[in-house]
Design a protein around this ligand. Structure first.
Ligand SMILES: [Zn+2]
Length: 316
């Protein structure tokens, strides 16, 4: 009896089989989703906790699995065959992304903030993955300064790093980098990194998201440099829009401007429907992290130099 109940429960939790029927294609495109506030009510820049939960459920049911942004940039995608990587990013360190509640003296993660929702979902569906990148603002005014609980700033950044999440640079206080001189641009970026480094010493920030999606006059200023004694070097710049990114194995993969999809009801629904309709354009893993499975005849679309150790397998 208990066995039957358990079996029923397991079946209820099992993912739909649709993903298993997708043909591996590791030259397909990948969605990097961009969230802002997770709060009430739903709005242009706000996803409600319930809708965020539903996004995770929809992604999971459609065969998407979380990969870290840094892993995507490195072309390190270790997912089961038939599944598709998706990256979650959160901009502006607003309170609903990561909040502690004080219950009985001990701070606990709010089950209705983005981190709480993600962790509960990952506990229920461990094969979904458990990662996201937070593009934080260490010097912004409230409520966007490091999730708006000054007493927990350090604890939160340390928690993120210790639990497989990533921290990205989003400048010190969301400066529109197109408006400033080289010195100011570099200072905004270097100081953000320096402030984050005070809480998580030695943590290497590898990505930067442009506030408002605006580039500085020279791309180089955002990618690498030194200001006030702090040296920064980033492997990718994230834009605020542009649709799915090319595969990290494609010659079209552009780390100087990775496009993102704003996770709003309409935009998300549009792209999910697009990939349902056009599965050939979707990155589908072959289940072998050491091989890049590509459609036969598509070698010319590959990057000239693949991440080391990867072999290419052409498939029909
Ligand atoms: Zn922003």
């Amino acid at each position: 009896m208990i066995g039957a109940l358990l079996l029923g429960l397991l079946q209820a939790l099992a993912p739909p089989v649709a993903a298993e029927t997708l043909v591996p294609n590791e030259l397909g495109r990948v969605m990097i989703l961009e969230y802002h506030k997770v709060d009430q009510p739903e709005d242009r820049w706000t996803r409600t906790p319930a809708n965020f939960r539903r996004d995770l459920e929809t992604l999971y049911a459609k065969g998407y699995r979380l990969v870290g942004l840094n892993d995507l940039v490195d072309g390190r995608i270790a997912l089961p065959a038939g599944t598709t990587p998706v990256v979650l990013t959160f901009d502006d360190s607003s309170p609903g992304q990561f909040r502690y509640l004080e219950r009985g003296g001990e701070p606990t993660i709010d089950p209705n903030c983005a981190v709480g929702i993600l962790e509960a979902f990952a506990a229920r569906y461990p094969d979904f993955g458990r990662t996201a990148t937070f593009f934080v603002l260490p010097g912004a005014s409230r409520p966007n300064r490091l999730f708006n609980q000054p007493e927990y700033e350090k604890r939160k950044l340390q928690y993120l790093v210790a639990h497989g999440f990533e921290i990205g640079n989003h400048t010190l206080w969301h400066a529109n980098l197109g408006k400033y001189s080289e010195a100011v641009v570099r200072t905004q970026i270097a100081q953000a990194q320096e402030w984050i480094g005070r809480y998580v010493p030695g943590y290497r920030i590898r990505t930067i998201a442009l506030p408002h999606g605006v580039y500085p006059r020279e791309v180089e200023w955002a990618l690498r440099g030194t200001a006030n004694g702090t040296t920064y070097q980033y492997d990718a710049i994230l834009k605020v829009s542009g649709g799915p990114t090319a595969s990290p194995f494609s010659s079209a993969f552009d780390t100087a401007g990775l496009p993102r999809i704003q996770a709003l009801e309409r935009e998300l629904a549009y792209w999910l429907a697009y990939f349902d309709r056009t599965p050939g354009d979707r990155f589908v893993s072959d289940g072998d992290a050491s091989a890049v499975a590509i459609p036969r005849g598509s070698r010319p679309r590959l990057r000239p130099e693949l991440p080391s150790g990867l072999k290419v397998v052409e498939r029909d």
